[in-house]
Design a protein around this ligand. Structure first.
Ligand code: FMN
Ligand code: SF4
Length: 448
């Protein structure tokens, strides 16, 4: 397949503006300024059926349509470059290697919703990426693509970059806006939604890096071309992040709807399971979503609707592969540790629930768990989901329920044998849990 989003693999130095321009760069921006009305632009993106790549798969054109056209307040656009979902690393490469593609997409979005200011909010660790984007912005400004009266089209637009302090929660769009305003990154209650009350109380669009990177291509080559890539309801190229027990983990651009089985086993893609082991499980969209067993994973096509129909969500396209030696109790404990650490603490079900789940899993992994803990895990997850300000709580509840239900035998085995069978009998090298008990277990633990 032709590389579209990741064409920087084939074009050295695409981040330099003269190279970017030589490959059609900023032609789409020129086109939307000189040949299209904002309404026609939104219609084109709706016709392309572009859906957000930041995790929720919301249709991009529809989101833009929520911005009031007659707003008396300024309108803002924020590019969400906070990328912190475990197993997800595509935005990072886009920003590093094709910063102009992201900037051009952001400019196109600004024109669509009549915003004269755009922000790029980068996660705290993205020092190199911010430098690359700042360099590209300076080049774009010098060429007259950003600034006053852009390309003589009587449209002013400025773009600013902003680096957060490295909190996962600041990727949640309302926490991002709080952080951008200089406050603590706490998610906001909704409604009102950002389209009405976003940055600085003004109408705001928040779009992901990869979502925006699609726009120059859609405008340059048309919605019909775009819809021809992958399934019509969920089309386009997608950057899949393959990680875990694979021979060739990495970032791969593939059409939406690509079979997960081929992604894992194709010799030019994942290259099969490490050390010839058997596949055990896959989380298809970053750590926040239900896990697939091997049988489920081998049947699913990777697009938003197919993954949903199979019982999980495609989220960011971060595919985490686990082989037969993985201890599923310990894998879930690692996930719980992350959400417990990243919970902002505003909502009791999330703040207490994430910690409680992690504690139960530490105990189960250490051989101190009880049979009743399995129901308790499900019960806590059920009480977290849907009861909080943002969906971080759901992001742990979903993996918990699926891990416990689909790999129940393994959890039971930990209780029955009062130890982790993987860690001691199969050379499993999972990370040592925080607050880890002494390993190997005490005499009393091992004997009972
Ligand atoms: C806890 C949490 C973290 C999130 N992190 C990110 C992120 O790092 N990047 C991102 O684009 N979206 C993230 N999102 C989703 C955003 O809230 C929002 O849906 C997205 O930026 C919208 O862009 P899109 O429509 O282009 O996908 C996160 C959501 C939650 C609940
Ligand atoms: S669900 Fe968790 S992360 Fe989200 S607002 Fe509530 S406490 Fe904070």
């Amino acid at each position: 397949m032709e590389r579209i989003l990741s064409r920087w693999v084939d074009i050295p130095d695409l981040r330099r503006i003269e190279v970017y321009e030589a490959h059609g760069g900023y032609q789409a921006w020129r086109k939307v300024l000189t040949e299209m009305t904002p309404a026609a632009l939104i219609d084109e993106v709706k016709a392309a059926n572009l859906r957000g790549r930041g995790g929720a798969a919301f249709p991009t054109g529809t989101k833009w349509g929520f911005i009031p056209r007659d707003s008396q307040k300024p309108v803002y656009v924020c590019c969400n470059a906070d990328e912190s979902e475990p197993g997800t690393f595509g935005n990072r490469y886009q920003l590093e290697n094709d910063p102009h593609g992201v900037i051009e997409g952001l400019l196109i979005c600004c024109r669509a919703v009549n915003a004269h200011v755009g922000y790029i909010y980068l996660r705290g660790e993205f020092a190199l990426q911010k430098r690359r984007v700042d360099e590209a912005l300076a080049q774009a400004r010098a060429r007259g693509y950003v600034g006053r009266n852009v390309l003589g089209a009587n449209f002013d637009v400025e773009i600013y970059t902003h680096r957060g302090a490295g909190a996962y929660i600041c990727g949640e769009e309302t926490a991002l806006l709080e952080s951008l305003e200089g406050k603590r990154g706490y998610p906001r209650n909704r409604p009102p939604f950002p389209a009405i009350h976003g940055a600085f109380g003004c109408p705001t669009v928040v779009n992901n890096v990869e979502t925006l990177s699609n726009l120059p291509h859609i405008i340059a080559r048309g919605a019909q071309w775009y819809r021809g890539i992958g399934p019509a309801a969920s089309p386009g190229p997608k950057l899949f992040c393959l990680s875990g027990h694979l021979n060739r983990p990495g970032l791969y651009e593939l059409p939406m709807g690509f079979p997960l089985k081929n992604m894992i086993y194709d010799e030019h893609l994942g290259g099969g399971i490490l050390n010839g082991k058997k596949l055990k499980a896959v989380i298809p969209g970053g750590s926040s979503f239900p896990v697939f067993t091997a049988d489920e994973a081998l049947k699913v096509n990777m697009d938003f609707d197919s993954v949903r129909a199979a019982g999980s969500l495609m989220g960011t396209g971060g595919v985490i592969v686990m082989h037969e030696d993985t201890c599923m109790v310990d894998a879930l404990r690692t996930i719980a540790n992350f959400y417990h650490h990243e919970s902002c603490g505003q909502c009791t079900p999330c703040r207490e629930g994430c910690g409680w789940i992690e504690k139960l899993l530490i105990d189960l992994e250490a051989g101190r768990g009880e049979a009743a803990d399995l129901d308790k895990l499900i019960d806590i997850a059920d009480n977290m989901e849907g009861n909080t300000i943002c969906v971080l709580a759901d992001s742990l509840a979903m993996p918990v329920r699926s891990f416990v239900r689909k790999f129940k035998e393994e959890f039971v085995e930990h209780v029955r044998r009062r130890r982790c069978p993987y860690r001691f009998e199969r050379g499993y090298a999972g990370a040592a849990p925080r607050d880890a008990p002494p390993f190997p277990p005490t005499e009393a633990g091992a004997a009972s």
